[in-house]
Design a protein around this ligand. Structure first.
Ligand code: FAD
Ligand code: SF4
Ligand code: SF4
Length: 462
């Protein structure tokens, strides 16, 4: 008999008042009993609606059935056929708008906790199975991948599994992209990402870190060096600012810089080489996942008051609901329907306040969301000494500017066909570099799709 409970099995969490002072993982994962009980909620629907909501089409009922049978390695193998980063996606995928949004159990009550089950299986595999990877026979083709984020790593993995000699060129000193420099440790422990990268190295992928393509080497030079195809997965890491007065004061950060200092340079540790300046009172401008991450990090660094300043209402906030709830539990203060107009500074050019106006929602704009309009005579000053801008990012124009014939759109995103092929023969692209800031699973899906197209291209060349 299936478990007909209307609610998901709850995930154990660190207490909010404890976790807002440490960087350890917030959600602690299911036990085997909880996972099996949750698996019993799945009705094994014949037409599998949940699979249609997963961008990489994991056979969800099949892996859940294996959990019911306590065949956890069997469950892992089913997930791994479609996803190379299950421990990552089980944690950070916006499941509520993807697989779980299509689950029939969600019609009356909560959907099956597909993401939590995926995480459970991937963690079990990581801790219990040590398999030596098998090296594929070489097919004689050489491919370059630019960027070691989820798009580049997935593409590199699939090409290596098909026998290509693959080199990933990464600008930073570590591989992982946003998974290591953006998403904080308390949401995604870095050991998980490093494990996945080690697996790729074991199947023959070479990763050249500290190599900025467009400066150290160009795409044209990579072709001259004998690479037959190139995949661009360089992400969208160029931060946007509002263009309001005061953005040059000390104590104003982009969320990307702030999070990179914390995640990659471990600025929260007492022995950190470059501790991050964080204020006593911090305003984070924006309402996405990145804004929640920055605010929760600021709180953990010891700020007394951390404000999310967002110009629409809570209902329009693009961040995952779970992340908003976690931020609220941890004491982040939400100033919604509020927009900054000027950053104030003192005589030493440090931030001394944030001038804001109140907003109200008007008619829907082209995105379908009600447009925020300024309320008359509503100006007020927020007492802060640090402002973190988290209002979006775009792709860095470096690769476009150094590659002949590479077409981009007006947002600076690389234009591709469905296959991932760009306007330049042999050059494919995917992930945030093509879509603008999106999600891990979409970037992985794009990397997979491009790897498939590159293999076809190489076969046709033969
Ligand atoms: P990236 O992950 O950005 O990787 C691109 C890589 O290319 C980087 O390592 C970069 O250093 C490298 N690179 C750039 N230019 C060059 C160059 N010229 N030469 C060599 N290397 C280069 N998504 C979710 O699904 N769930 C979440 O909860 C979530 N939270 C997020 C939180 C934060 C703080 C951020 C910033 C993003 C979050 N996202 C989340 C979005 C998600 O992480 C991205 O959509 C995803 O990482 C995109 O993958 P990518 O491989 O295209 O790019
Ligand atoms: Fe759901 Fe993401 Fe897993 Fe697909 S990869 S099943 S969308 S959690
Ligand atoms: Fe199970 Fe829900 Fe998928 Fe049906 S839709 S197979 S109940 S996870």
């Amino acid at each position: 008999m299936p478990n007909m409970s209307l609610e998901k099995n709850k995930m154990p969490h660190q207490d909010p008042n404890v976790r807002n002072k440490n960087f350890q993982e917030v959600a602690l994962g299911y036990t085997l009993e909880q996972a099996k009980d949750e698996a019993e909620r799945c009705l094994q629907c014949k037409h599998k609606p949940c699979v249609g909501g997963c961008p990489v089409a994991i056979d969800i009922p099949a892996f859940i059935q294996k959990i019911k049978e306590e065949d956890l390695e069997g469950a892992y193998e089913i997930i791994n056929r479609s996803s190379s980063l299950p421990a990552v996606c089980g944690r950070v995928c916006p499941q509520e708008t993807q697989c779980e949004a299509r689950c029939v159990r969600g019609i009356k009550g909560e959907p099956v906790a597909i993401g939590r089950l995926e995480r459970f299986v991937a963690d079990w595999h990581r801790l219990n199975v040590e398999k030596e990877p098998t090296l594929a026979p070489k097919n004689g083709h050489k491919v370059a991948v630019i960027g070691a984020g989820p798009a580049g790593l997935t593409c590199a993995g699939d090409l290596a599994k098909a026998g290509c000699e693959v080199t990933v060129f990464e600008a930073l000193h570590v591989a992982g992209g946003v998974l290591v420099y953006g998403i904080p440790e308390f949401r995604l422990p870095k050991a998980i990402v490093h494990d996945e990268i080690d697996k790729l190295k074991k199947i023959g992928v070479t990763i050249e870190t500290n190599t900025v393509v467009g400066k150290a080497v160009s795409i044209d030079e990579l072709f001259e060096e004998g690479y037959e195809a190139v995949f661009v997965g360089s992400g969208a890491g160029l931060p946007r600012f509002m263009g309001i007065p005061g953005e040059n004061f000390n104590g104003v950060f982009s969320a990307n810089e702030f999070l990179t200092r914390i995640n990659l340079m471990k600025a929260y540790r007492e022995d950190a080489p470059t501790p991050v300046h964080h204020g006593k009172n911090v305003a984070v401008v924006g309402g996405g996942n990145v804004a929640m991450d920055a605010a929760r990090c600021a709180k953990r660094l010891g700020a007394e008051n951390v404000y999310i300043v967002y110009r629409r209402s809570l209902d329009e906030m693009p961040a995952r609901k779970e992340e908003v709830e976690h931020a609220m539990e941890e004491g982040i203060i939400f100033k919604v329907l509020c927009n900054p107009v000027e950053i104030m500074g003192n005589e030493n050019k440090f931030v001394s306040g944030l001038k804001c106006v109140e907003m109200e929602l008007g008619e829907p704009d082209e995105s379908g969301r009600r447009k925020p309009v300024v309320k008359e005579n509503s100006e007020f000053l927020l007492d802060v000494d640090c402002v973190i801008m988290s209002i979006g990012t775009s792709p860095n124009p470096l690769i476009k500017n150094t590659t002949k014939g590479l077409e981009t759109n007006r947002h600076g995103c690389i234009v591709t066909e469905e296959s991932g092929l760009t306007s330049r023969e042999g050059v494919y692209a995917g992930g945030d570099a093509v879509t603008g800031a999106a999600t891990v699973i979409l970037a992985m899906g794009a990397g997979k799709n491009a790897a498939h197209s590159i293999l076809e291209y190489l076969k046709n060349k033969e």
